[in-house]
Design a protein around this ligand. Structure first.
Ligand code: BEZ
Length: 231
């Protein structure tokens, strides 16, 4: 049937905005950097036990939130650019069914299939892509998170696919590498917080703060002594 033939011959493109950027799907024959619009990327999806994270301490991964819905929420980070950068992959025609099966196993935890227009960085024609999104109605969607607590949670979480922090740092590096404008403020801020947690500089800061406070107390005591003794 003509419609079957058309369906069979249609190209299959996949848009990756998370781990797919640095961990490509199998059997792609084209890889194109670019962006989609109308979303905000956030670490607001809980990762169940079969990826990074355990059932008791599941990690966090990114999802896309439609901007119109995002604007109804109170977030700690600004929404950032309307361009959500990532990578589109064209899957070899003969391997589409196989790859889709693989992706369903790999990605389906709370994520559902959507389609979105992808804009290649080189400004060539827009491509219709399939994208996996954890929408706000899925059980694993967390909604807005305190960035420091989120970074600490990512720092602590680990699972069969590896440490959750590796996911965050790999995503940061992969985004920085796509284009001069592809960095993501939310991802960057979490990665910076994570690095400070890792190096203990958060602890150093609070120790400095404590010392500062102690000095103030000391000088107040001295001042009181001075006042008492009339010096
Ligand atoms: C992504 O990289 O786009 C992605 C990976 C896993 C689940 C959903 C999306």
């Amino acid at each position: 049937m003509a419609s079957d033939r058309l369906q069979g011959e249609a190209e299959f493109w996949l848009f990756g905005y998370g781990s797919l950027i640095f961990k490509p799907p199998p059997h792609f024959d084209r890889r194109v950097p670019g962006y989609v619009t109308g979303y905000v990327r956030r670490f607001w999806q809980t990762l169940s036990q079969d990826h990074r994270g355990t059932p008791t301490a599941p990690g966090r991964v990114v999802t896309l939130i439609e901007r119109s819905f995002y604007e109804t929420l109170t977030d700690h980070h600004p929404p950032g650019s309307d361009r959500i950068w990532g990578t589109a992959y064209r899957i070899q025609a003969a391997r589409v069914a196989e790859v889709r099966e693989y992706l369903d196993i790999r990605e389906i935890n709370g994520y559902t299939i959507h389609y979105t227009d992808f804009h290649p960085a080189d400004e060539s024609s827009v491509i219709k892509t399939l994208v996996y999104i954890g929408t706000p109605d899925n059980d694993q969607f967390t909604g807005p998170q305190d960035p420091q607590k989120l970074a600490e949670h990512i720092y602590r979480s680990k699972g069969p696919s590896g440490p959750n922090k590796d996911y965050l740092l790999s995503l940061e590096a992969a985004l920085d590498g796509l284009s001069p404008e592809s960095g993501d403020g939310h991802v960057k801020d979490l990665a910076n917080r994570l690095r400070r947690i890792e190096t203990g500089s958060d602890t150093v800061i609070s120790r400095e703060a404590i010392e500062h406070e102690l000095q103030k107390v000391g000088s107040t005591d001295e001042q009181e002594e001075t006042e008492k003794h009339g010096f």
